[in-house]
Design a protein around this ligand. Structure first.
Ligand code: ZN
Ligand code: ZN
Length: 166
């Protein structure tokens, strides 16, 4: 029986004993990560773990869909995030900070996917590059139509001065 923990890990005893040189994997998790108002509902990681004359490496594609509200107009946005990774895996002590430590004869695939996803996490999402946003005065979504508000921004510190010149 496969438990959730089994789904997170890749069993590598065959690689370590030299029984095989390569292991393929394909995993998908219903993982809800949230950071700065951007969240994900699903993460997948597929690739290969190799043993080349004792050098272990993990490579593959991490994919997820990020959902949020547009940072300017608050419309719902979803964006696909996909990238390739290749990292060395070590079974003992190492000074290589990029290396993934194996836990016994297992590698925590979910932890690798999650860590790399967070490194590429966007600060914010926009519905489109040139989103015009919302009018701060009347709340009109400026992508849909314009409004007649005065768009000249008045610095609150200068407001008194503007009165003075009236
Ligand atoms: Zn927008
Ligand atoms: Zn307006």
């Amino acid at each position: 029986m496969q438990t959730n923990a089994d789904l997170n890990f890749l069993e590598i005893s065959g690689l370590l004993s030299g029984e095989c040189q390569e292991l393929s994997f394909e995993r998908k998790w219903a993982l809800s990560l949230e950071e700065g108002g951007v969240r994900t509902e699903e993460v997948s990681f597929s690739g290969k773990m190799k043993n080349l004359a004792g050098d272990l490496s993990l490579s593959g594609t991490v994919q997820s869909t990020l959902v949020s509200e547009c940072a300017r107009c608050l419309a719902p946005v979803s964006e696909k995030l996909q990238f390739e990774i290749e990292v060395p895996v070590v079974t003992g002590e190492t000074e290589n900070e990029d290396a993934v430590p194996a836990k016994g004869e297992k590698v925590d695939l979910l932890a690798v996917a999650e860590e790399n996803l967070l490194m590429r996490w966007p600060m914010r999402l926009l519905c489109r590059e040139d989103c015009a946003g919302i009018c701060p005065k009347c709340g009109q979504n400026l992508n849909e139509s314009t409004c007649s508000c005065d768009k000249k921004e008045i610095d609150p510190r200068l407001e008194g001065l503007a009165d003075f010149f009236k």
